[in-house]
Design a protein around this ligand. Sequence first.
Ligand code: AQP
Length: 328
Amino acid sequence: MRIFSGIQPTGSKHLGNYIGAITQYVAGQERGEAIYAIVDLHATTVAYESADLREKTYDTLALLLAAGLDPDRCILFRQSDVPQNSELTWLLCSVTSFGDLNRMHQFKEKAAAQRELVSAGLFFYPVLQAADVLAYRANEVPVGDDQRQHIELMRDIAERFNARFGETLVVPEHRIPEVGARIMDLQNPESKMSTTGGSEQGTVLVLDEPAKIMKKFRSAVTDSGEEIVRAPDKPGISNLIEILAAVRGVSFADIEKEFADARYGEFKSAVADGVIDYLAPVRERYSEIRADDKGLEATLARGAQKAREIAAPVLADVQRAMGVGPLR
Ligand code: AQP
């Protein structure tokens, strides 16, 4: 079983990234051959500061290591260090439908948010993501629920390639967690917690100080009524129940039962305490790991070497199947 996923070096990661994706990455190390990329090329598809990108890549790597990724038990690399991923992107464009790319929700949302330029890179984002996964013949892709449509497209691309050029690529499955696949913004529980689209007060960062986490939860938007139950007309409380269930590793029913007689204020503090305890070990480990730029760069270099060894023969198979380049 080979597992692949990518994460953007977009500033501080939030609780949604952590519960929806990063915990799955850590668990993946036990379940198979796990490969994770920090996708700096994806980060260039929207407006960004070039002077910060390398630092943010180190920030993200340090966070992943603090969360429990172990470079001896998984392959951890920076996307731009493996040129095979980019080359495969172009080749896969030939079996990607323009109409499908035009239907991607993420493209529409992010395009609408750009002030100066809607880049072609943003449009091709899902093809680069498909190339990332398909270059490693991964069987499984752990992601949050927002990536469901991109994974479906990736499967279509692989299937179309195999039908057109012969069986070459593995068609991957998504792995979306049952609890915590879509953590919502605390101030606007109808929208997902998000790096670019969310509210500052409604977005809990993994590295937030405990007092800040408490403040964000204490001011979380709740719903009318007093009951602490999951319901369609209670998006705020439902989100808090989901967060507490995820961080404690228990069921929704357990949380509803425990807080059956509690008031909203008391419940919000309990969720904050649960999240503070859950994130504390990551925050503690992070600072020491992040201080060592050279060590982080060496970890990325080691990972890239291993990644290139896997991706190069897959790219060669794709080129051969497509009749591109010299006869091999
Ligand atoms: N709210 C969320 N709940 C659960 N999982 C989530 N993910 C993102 N938001 C939630 C999952 O996190 C992984 C990494 O996402 P990314 O690399 O796209 O990181 P990002 O761009 O910094 O995160 P955002 O918040 O998703 O940014 P925006 O909204 O700006 O695009 C993915 O597996 C994702 O599913």
